[in-house]
Design a protein. Structure first.
Length: 604
């Protein structure tokens, strides 16, 4: 039997980004014994990459903005596939969460009269993003981390969780993992577990996600019996760098477009006017200035076409590239240099300026950037109750990107950070309420724990076998080609066949050396999650025979009203990990109450 250390807590939280930190603060504030477990170092969560701002209807720039408008924008952006209750709670509570963050020390940019400044971003009717230059996510993490440390919350850094553990009654009662630096195993017992593990982007070749984004939380929830929903809805952010190679995949914040940046094709044309509604085509204008003025007149000057919802902008860029009007390296040009002064750019977008200057020698005050769609965010995720974030498995909660429902089929920019704050808090509340009502002491099956440990060690027992990096590379290439921004039924069927082969290869992974600082072994333990999530996304994409939000089927190019009435629910009734059969079925959306429906009837 393997040796491992063990710990016991009231609540363990897997993931220490914005959602995990906010959940920990809430649960600890209720007097519970709480542990934060993060795969990387504290403060290095992917939340720091969110640059544009926190969406909250505070009305500091446009006084008429309110939660009802934010709610309506979020539902429309998600093409009405959202859990309406999550979208309502998010819109109502996000202003308080921003003010709370400010009270804890966050330093937001200010209006001339001292209020929190808010900027425009795609899909939002009003300037709504509270921001700190272009490093809002970093400020959010810094503030929450400082608050959590001040509360003496236990933190387990560089700790990889392999599997959730359950008691005889099916309640989640802990987890098993290992320390990444040493390879030593560690187990946790807990009365409640909160998943805040982030996204899945590392299964695609081009992604803005950091190395942690392997879908661990999605997969572990499904393996424990939880439902996933709408996994086909993957957002490809319109503006990830495609060149130079040193910055490929790095996100160019939507704030660049919010502050005046425009998209141009290889002819220098500002092409997004061609993708506005049919009532206006750019070719009817004799100049860019005339087109600009027409658009300003018809949108109250608030939102240029570059700030349409992300799915629409990404598809427009894809269309330009396919039509042969792309940049030399397969993207388009994002130009702010010709629209704003160098001083303005350096002041408003300091991280963007320094990042690309240092990493790639690209001066964004003087030249356009080559950008293109990059896998950025998954709207689908673990099915949760809106008010408590409880999953369909007792004792398991989920918040942030790992949870599905809030964003429907397409997330609006800035809604991710407020999502983390609103539902991170609610996850902490839900877990605390559950702990206070739970009877008995949590127990874990030590035979199951030992089986997980031994399975994770198998790569060391093989003299020959597959290199995990080869499997990851082939998975990323296949998902990019077959389950990317534009999908077809035949390619999705082919993807399922290829995934079966990749699972067989993953069963034969071999790694050399010991467990101490062994990145090949670390990747080998990530592959089951990546393959489970990739299969879930592919099955969802194959079964949703329409185009909606972040999911586009070339063979079904229009939305289907019938599919607009259902979530696609995935589950693994018989277990089996990455080998288990995944069941998928449509289930009706939650019915929106009449007092919210009227918000959509009163406006065009």
């Amino acid at each position: 039997m393997a040796d491992y250390e063990s710990h016991s807590y009231d609540v363990i939280i897997i993931g220490a980004g914005g959602a995990g930190l906010r959940a920990a603060i809430e649960a600890k504030g209720r007097g519970l014994n709480v542990a934060l477990i993060c795969k990387s170092l504290l403060g290095k969560a992917h939340t720091v990459m969110a640059e544009g701002g926190v969406a909250a209807a505070m009305g500091n720039v446009y006084s008429e903005d309110n939660w009802q408008v934010h709610f309506r924008d979020t539902m429309r952006g998600g093409k009405m596939l959202n859990n309406w209750r999550m979208a309502q709670l998010h819109a109502q509570e996000s202003p308080d969460r921003v003010r709370e963050l400010e009270g804890w020390g966050a330093l937001f940019d200010r209006t001339k009269d001292g209020r929190i400044l808010q900027r425009d971003v795609g899909g939002h009717r009003s300037a709504r993003l509270a921001h700190v230059g272009d490093r809002t996510g970093l400020e959010l993490i810094r503030t929450l981390q400082q608050k959590a440390v001040s509360m003496d919350i236990d933190v387990f850094m560089e700790c990889k969780i392999l599997k959730l553990l359950q008691d005889a009654e099916g309640r989640v009662s802990g987890a098993i993992g290992y320390w990444r630096p040493t390879g030593e195993f560690i187990s946790f017992t807990a009365k409640a577990v909160v998943l805040a593990s982030g996204g899945v982007g590392k299964s695609w070749k081009y992604t803005s996600n950091s190395w942690e984004g392997t879908g661990d939380g999605h997969a572990m929830a499904m393996w424990a019996g939880a439902d996933l929903i709408d996994m086909e809805c993957v957002q490809f952010h319109p503006t990830g760098m495609v060149w130079p190679l040193s910055v490929r995949g790095i996100l160019v914040t939507e704030g660049v477009r919010g502050d005046g940046g425009v998209l141009r094709n290889s002819d220098g044309k500002r092409f997004m006017f061609d993708y506005v509604a049919d009532m206006f085509r750019a070719e009817t204008a004799e100049s860019e200035e005339e087109a600009d003025k027409w658009y300003d007149d018809h949108t109250a000057g608030r939102r240029p076409p570059e700030l349409l919802p992300r799915d629409e902008v990404a598809r427009s860029i894809n269309s330009e590239v396919k039509a042969g009007r792309g940049s030399p390296h397969g993207g388009v040009f994002l130009d702010i240099a010709s629209r704003r002064s160098a001083e303005f750019i350096r002041r408003r977008l300091p991280s963007m300026y320094h990042q690309f200057m240092e990493l790639a020698g690209v001066d964004i005050t003087a030249t356009a950037m080559e950008v293109g769609p990059t896998c950025h965010y998954i709207m689908g995720g673990v099915r949760v109750d809106a008010d408590t974030t409880a999953t369909t498995v007792p004792g398991l909660f989920a918040a942030g990107e790992v949870a599905g429902g809030m964003h429907g089929s397409n997330r609006l920019g800035g809604n991710s950070l407020s999502d983390l704050l609103v539902f991170g808090r609610r996850a902490g509340m839900g877990a605390a309420d559950y702990v206070e009502g739970r009877t008995g002491t949590p127990t874990i099956d030590h035979d199951e724990l030992e089986a997980v440990v031994q399975e994770s060690l198998k790569p060391f027992t093989r003299e020959t076998g597959e290199n995990p990096y080869d499997i990851q590379r082939d998975l990323q290439e296949m998902m990019q080609s077959n389950v990317g921004i534009i999908r077809t039924g035949s390619e999705l069927e082919e993807a399922l066949v290829e995934l079966d082969k990749l699972v067989e290869r993953a069963d034969n992974v071999a790694v050399k050396g010991g467990r101490v600082y062994n990145p090949a072994w670390n990747l080998a333990t990530d592959l089951p999650s990546m393959l489970t999530v990739s299969r879930s996304v592919t099955l969802g994409a194959l079964n949703r025979k329409e185009s909606r939000g972040g999911h586009t089927r070339e063979d079904f190019p229009k939305p289907d009203p019938e599919f607009g009435k259902v979530n696609l629910v995935l589950s693994q009734p018989s277990g089996g990990g990455m080998h288990g059969e995944i069941k998928i079925s449509p289930e009706p959306l939650l019915q929106m109450p009449d007092d919210l429906k009227v918000l959509f009837e009163e406006t065009k």
